[in-house]
Design a protein around this ligand. Structure first.
Ligand code: APR
Length: 200
């Protein structure tokens, strides 16, 4: 899928029914090359913004910005869908994560809401695969460990809901710190699941 990717984790959890895949990228722009139904963009409120957003816009072409201009922005914690233009993906789901301000400003709820809203839009469209960057973990400064816990637990919860069409969820981990945080969180969840299964 990626020209230069290292597959860090590819795990099938019987409890989550679906696949959760962890991709560690070493090269800028990687998420833009994923052949998935939906690529998630960590945008800003205007939807006209660097980081993963810049990479997605560069790869998708100017039509993406034109469509974003018609959307009237996006509130923090919400998500909006557009076409993907030159990207191999079918759609882009733009979501606006919270800026980290120390943790007492609703950051956790807003970040969880981003993941839920993206999953909801993907399900509404009956999509089968989606790739998330680490929303809010770049310019917006969200601590990686806390963000990884929110990302994985929220998505795992969504995957267990009835009528879920997603079969594969990719977490695109850009850089070692994010990769480490996601892998550690995933190991904790797997361990907890194993313990729960043993106790049944
Ligand atoms: N592929 C995958 N992940 C990437 C890529 C890429 N090409 N480029 C950056 N990332 C990673 C970052 O390393 C970080 O872990 O995506 C994560 C999110 O970082 P940001 O893009 O900075 O997003 P965020 O922290 O949510 O800040 C949003 O940044 O891009 C602008 O317009 C955007 O103002 C908004 C703000």
């Amino acid at each position: 899928m990626f020209a230069k990717q290292k597959m860090v984790f590819n795990y099938i959890s019987t409890n989550y029914v679906n696949f959760l895949c962890f991709l560690s990228c070493t090269e800028q722009g990687d998420i833009t090359r994923l052949e998935v139904d939906a690529v998630v963009n960590a945008a800003n409120n205007s939807l006209l913004g660097g980081g993963v957003d810049g990479a997605i816009h560069r790869a998708a072409g100017p039509e993406l910005l034109e469509e974003c201009r018609t959307l009237g922005g996006c509130a923090t914690g919400q998500a909006k869908m557009t076409a993907a233009y030159q990207l191999p993906a079918k759609v882009v789901i733009h979501t606006v994560g919270p800026v980290w301000r120390g943790g007492d400003n609703d950051e956790l709820a807003l970040l969880a809401s981003c993941y839920r809203e993206c999953m909801r839009l993907a399900q509404q469209k009956k999509l089968r695969s989606i790739a998330f960057p680490a929303i809010s973990c770049g310019v917006y400064g969200y601590p990686a460990e806390q963000a990884a816990e929110i990302a994985l637990t929220t998505v795992a919860h969504c995957l267990q809901q009835d009528g879920q069409t997603l079969e594969k969820v990719y977490f695109v981990c850009f850089g070692d710190a994010i990769s480490k945080a996601y892998n550690e969180q995933f190991a904790r969840m797997t361990w907890n699941n194993a313990q729960n299964n043993l106790q049944r």
